[in-house]
Design a protein around this ligand. Sequence first.
Ligand code: AMP
Length: 119
Amino acid sequence: MRSNATEQDCVFCAIARGDIPSDSVYSDDQVVAFRDINPQAPSHVLVAPRRHVASVNQLKDDGELLGRVMSVAVTVAQAEDLAASGYRLATNHGRDGAQTVPHLHVHVLGGRALSGRLG
Ligand code: AMP
């Protein structure tokens, strides 16, 4: 993970601005959601704030934006028709958390039985 990425060179900032294409499933003034380019499940959507935030670790004191991102993640899961069968919301922070894109995003995963292993 490149820990010094800023909005100028951040791929998810570029997606939020519309400067690079994405398979968008949701967008509002604060949050975007788009399909993962390398899906790990039949439904694999990333939910990210428009504002550049490196990871969830920086949002400890911004419960409002954290809540917006999680609310949109649930909205997306329901729109993907995952509520009845189940789904996973996950976010990674830092090297040991296996974060590869240093812009906060919540993975919405579903559409198959996911492994119970998280690490
Ligand atoms: P993480 O490892 O939690 O940082 O997840 C980053 C995710 O971003 C991975 O699942 C990648 O497949 C995904 N990804 C990277 N670049 C793009 C892109 N341009 N469009 C959509 N998904 C992407």
